[in-house]
Each structure stands twice: as structure tokens, then as C-alpha cells.
Write a protein that binds this ligand. Structure first.
Ligand code: FES
Length: 95
């Protein structure tokens, strides 16, 4: 998650999440970049529950995404990079 009044000194980069372009900043995690879009859930668990950022430290696996075709990466542990393509399995919902 980003600190609200963070001093941003670096240029924004663009990542694609579920086919839509979003701005992110070097040092953001994929989770913080998705969270900044207003989306609060982006993964559906095996029990069909909506999940998103929970622990933020790589323990709960509630934030799983696909990045550049690699499945089941923890969004909270994956740093953004320009041109990255992120796919969620809960693309139409914002909780
Ligand atoms: S939020 Fe718990 S592993 Fe990412």
C-alpha cells in the first residue's frame, strides 16, 4: 500500500491489469498498484470468496495474480515494472 503523502520523485510507469492500463511507481508492489485503482478484491479463493490484500507480507496468499503469464504470484510480494501485464480472476468486481 502506498503512503498517502509519499514524495513521489520518480516517473510513473504503466502496467496493464485485466486489459486496462494503470499508472504505478517504481517500488510499488502489484498489490499497491491495484489497490490504488480502488479495487479491493481481485482474487477468488477455492471456496469462491473474494480476496485481495490482507496480510501484505506474503503469508496469506489472498492476493494471488498472474503476471506475464506466470500464475499464482503474490501481488504483495511482486514489484511492478513497466509493461507488466497482470491478470486477476476477479476482474469485474470492486469490493
Ligand atoms: S496479502 Fe497476504 S500474501 Fe499477499
Amino acid at each position: 500500500m502506498r503512503i498517502a503523502k509519499r514524495l513521489i520523485t520518480e516517473e510513473a510507469i504503466t502496467i496493464t491489469v485485466d486489459g486496462k492500463p494503470y499508472s504505478a511507481y517504481p517500488g510499488d508492489t502489484v498489490a499497491s498498484a491495484i489497490y490504488a485503482t480502488g479495487k479491493r478484491a481481485w482474487h477468488r479463493s477455492r471456496s469462491n470468496e473474494a480476496r485481495g490484500l490482507f496480510c501484505g507480507m506474503g503469508v496469506c496468499y489472498d492476493c494471488l495474480v498472474t503476471v506475464d503469464g506466470v500464475d499464482n504470484l503474490r501481488a504483495c510480494q511482486t514489484l511492478v515494472r513497466a509493461g507488466m501485464t497482470v491478470t486477476t480472476n476477479l476482474e469485474s468486481e470492486t469490493l
